[in-house]
Design a protein. Structure first.
Length: 262
């Protein structure tokens, strides 16, 4: 585990999102997937709100990059959601905490005939086995006496509600997670368990499309009831809402602009 403290020199990062009523000052927040675009944005927002961060994920270099962007204290703990011993080590390093968020995803997309079992298992490790084991090893350390109680928030996805060819594993894993949060909300109560389900979000993951990106996002926006695509700020706001809402548990927050309805 590596600990980072805020630097007196500000980092050139975008302004963090805040959500009225979310009190994170002095709270300990674990972000699994903190090396991703969304994980970094969430960590920045929580840190700016006064939270102490535990940054977890498979790539220590990306975690350290995130830590260098934060306003406050952060600890870096590598974790592999496909390895229960690694998750147990994260729990030992984390100690008592208030909120845990996992943005982890390892898609196994492609035609059914081409799927490899190892890829399917990795996809379920990120969305199902990992969240289950995170709850197993960390629920007992959650500080339920905070102003909003303690919470786990996981990331599902719109594919569960709008399956498509070559997206069978993605749809199934995201759907399984949606049901898992309901079961966990009952089993580990009063710790709250929720999921955020993004639609098409311009988080940087579509940049690989090159010049095809803008026409693709424009076509998505034209079909969405919200008439736009999502941003990482939209996802951060949803997570902060889930953290700060003590009467919300066992729920999937659809942050998709109505895309699952289009």
């Amino acid at each position: 585990m590596t600990t980072f403290s805020a630097s007196p020199v500000s980092s050139p990062v975008s302004s963090p999102v805040s959500f009225p009523g979310t009190e994170l000052a002095g709270r300990r927040v674990v972000v699994v997937g903190a090396g991703s675009h969304t994980g970094r944005a969430l960590a920045r927002a929580a840190s700016a709100a006064g939270a102490e961060l535990v940054l977890a994920g498979p790539d220590p270099r990306k975690l350290e990059w995130t830590a260098g962007e934060l306003a406050g204290r952060a600890e870096v703990v590598p974790v592999d959601l496909a390895d229960e011993a690694s998750i147990a080590a994260l729990a030992a390093a984390t100690g008592r905490f208030d909120h845990l968020v996992s943005t982890a995803a390892m898609p196994a997309n492609g035609p059914l005939a081409d799927l490899e079992l190892a890829d399917v298992q990795r996809a379920f490790a990120a969305k199902v086995y990992g969240p289950l084991l995170l709850a197993k090893h960390l629920a007992g350390q959650a500080a339920t006496d905070g102003p909003h109680g303690a919470s786990f928030t996981f990331f599902s996805g719109v594919a569960a509600w709008r399956p498509a060819p070559a997206r069978t594993v993605m749809a199934t894993a995201n759907g399984a997670l949606a049901f898992l949060v309901q079961a966990l909300a009952v089993e580990i109560a009063p710790v709250r368990v929720n999921a955020v389900s993004p639609g098409i979000v311009d988080s940087g993951s579509w940049d690989r499309m090159g010049t095809d990106k803008e026409p693709f996002l424009r076509s998505v926006a034209e079909k969405n009831p919200a008439r736009r695509v999502g941003t990482t700020d939209d996802l951060v706001r949803a997570v902060l809402f889930a953290m700060g809402s003590p009467f919300v548990t066992g729920t999937v927050l659809h942050v998709d602009g109505g895309g699952r309805l289009a």
